[in-house]
Every structure is written in C-alpha cells, then in structure tokens.
Design a protein around this ligand. Sequence first.
Ligand SMILES: NC(=O)c1ccc[n+]([C@@H]2O[C@H](COP(=O)([O-])OP(=O)(O)OC[C@H]3O[C@@H](n4cnc5c(N)ncnc54)[C@H](O)[C@@H]3O)[C@@H](O)[C@H]2O)c1
Length: 334
Amino acid sequence: MRVFVTGTAGFIGFHMARRLLAEGHDVTGVDGMTDYYDVGLKRARRDILMAHEAYNDHELMLEDADGLGTAAESARPDAIVHLAAQAGVRYSLENPRAYVDSNLVGTFNLMEAARRLGVGQFLLASTSSVYGADEPVPFVETVPADHPLTLYAASKKACEAMTHSYSHLWNIPTTVARFFTVYGPWGRPDMALGKFVEAILADRPIDLFNRGDMQRDFTYVDDLVEGLVRLMAAVPEQGRPVDALDSLSPVAPWRVVNIGRGRPVPLMDFVAAIERALGRTAKLNLLPMQPGDSPTTFASADLLHALTGYRPATPVDVGVAAYCAWYKSYYGQG
Ligand SMILES: NC(=O)c1ccc[n+]([C@@H]2O[C@H](COP(=O)([O-])OP(=O)(O)OC[C@H]3O[C@@H](n4cnc5c(N)ncnc54)[C@H](O)[C@@H]3O)[C@@H](O)[C@H]2O)c1
C-alpha cells in the first residue's frame, strides 16, 4: 500500500510511519518542522525515517496548497493519514492563529488533494478535547460534543465536520480517530510526561494544575498506532454500521472512533509511576485549574473494539518506564 502521512517528524506521525514501513508499505511523509517545540527532536525522528528506502520525505507546510498537492500527486496514495496539526490545549490560548492556519487551512488543503486524487481512505487525527465539558463519562462517539472549551478543540471539531462534508460530496471513506493523551518514547517535550521527567531529573518542582485532582485516559503510543493500523483496514461503508453504537454517518462513508484505553488514571498515580521509573521523588507545585482544561478524560473503547477486535491495554507503569528509559538514553542522562 502507498500511504501519505502528514506530521511524520512529529511524535505520533513518526511512530505511525515507522510501523507502516516495518509492515512493508511505501510511505510519503510531510512535515513543516514547526518550532512549537525542539526542532532537533523532530530532525532526529525524521533521520530515522529517512534511513528507510521506502520512505519519501517532503518538508513543507500544509498551508502551501500547491506544494502539498504536488507532493500528494507524486505519492499516488491509497490512503492518507493526517496527523500534522498545531497540537496542545494550553498553547491555543497563547497563539490561536496557529490553530486556524495549520488545522483549518492545512486540513482544507489536504482534503482538496484527497478529492482530486480520489483516495481510498482518509484518516484524521482528532482529540478527546472535543468532548469539552461533556458528561457523562466514558465519552462515546455518538454524543454531539458541541461545547469545545478551547480553540484547539474547536479547530479539531471543525476539521471533523469539514471531512464529513468532503466524505459526503466526494465519497471519500473517512475515519476520524479521537486520541486520548498519547505518551511514550520520542514523546513531546511540551506534554506533562516530558515536562515532569525533565523537572524531576533537574530536582525542580512539577506544576500540578487543579492541585493534581485530575485524571487522564493515558494511551501508550504503540497501542495508539495499533488502533490506527487496524482502523485503516476497517474502511467505513455508508449504510453499514457495525452495531447500534456506531457513529457512522447516515449520509457519508464517515465515522468517528475513540482510541483510548478506557481506564482513566489519577494524575497523582501517573506521577507515582514516574517516581518509580526514575527512582526519585517529585517536588510538587500545586496550582489552580487552568482555563480550558478538563478535569477528566475517559474513552469508551467499545466502538474501536467492535470495528477492530482491539482495545489499548498497556499499563501506565510499563509505558512510563519505556518513556523514562528512552528519555535518559536520548538526552544522555543514563
Ligand atoms: N499527543 C497527544 O496526546 C494527542 C492527543 C490528541 C490528539 N493528538 C493529535 O495527534 C496528531 C499528532 O500529534 P503529536 O502529538 O504527534 O504532535 P506533534 O506536534 O509532535 O506532531 C505534529 C507535527 O505536525 C507538524 N506540523 C504542525 N503544523 C504544520 C503545518 N501547518 N504544516 C506542516 N506540518 C505541520 C509539526 O512540525 C509536527 O512535527 C495531531 O493532529 C494532534 O492534534 C495528539
């Protein structure tokens, strides 16, 4: 299969591309190498991919419609996996325009390329943040999720809606995957795990918002990639829901699927797992809740399971230990 993956120098795109290459697929990757976090880490991920013969790289921004279209045309992809985005909940309060440019304009440009090429499947990375303040938990895909709390969430919800319209108009089979707090080796330095490990090793306190009274449905990156690969084989067909809980659109070959473990972990337990992995005690800086944050994320993994027979299962202790081992070797703090 020929797969066009965006965001391949990013955390998840790198893992996804590596997995596809290992399975013998041809991968064309696109990444604009934005400086939202350490570009050196992005280069290091990209170097690993570029060592692979079946990997073809394009450094360009999604906003460059012509460049993106040309790259996609030369790749002649069977499937597009769209992972590039301006990510991060908190940064969307500081620099909202980046979310409009990368997520709205960028996704539109990619959809246009997909329409012209008539791809067999379009996979879009979305986020648990779209559930906003929704209740009850666990979050199921059939709830409207119409109350985003940040522009990050709003931009992803808009991308979901945009892909629905293209799926309907141009018959593009589309799976929207909502990711739940993904972590693991090569992870992002701006996310809690990266910040906590860096601070604990430097003997600095870690910031715990809402005084640590939060829980997250942490998903290990290999589990997430497993879910994505399996979803690539579960191409949506209009009018053929898998069960009564299917989010399949009545008017398009389009559905949304959570990828999460379905087992939220209290933040303090996550910190304890890091302490065990590092053999150090964290100093805590207890802070109030941040605007736009959700106290809980909790995925229903039932639809993913119904479609693919798979549920993410890596325990947090195992995943955190793998991240800490990678961190020490990558940053030379072994
Ligand atoms: N990591 C998580 O916990 C998580 C949770 C929910 C959703 N997601 C989504 O998963 C996807 C991948 O996230 P990640 O954690 O790998 O983030 P990441 O920031 O590591 O990767 C995104 C990549 O996209 C590139 N990029 C950003 N804007 C671009 C643009 N306009 N043009 C070209 N390239 C651009 C960046 O350079 C980066 O390498 C994103 O869509 C994100 O919103 C991630």
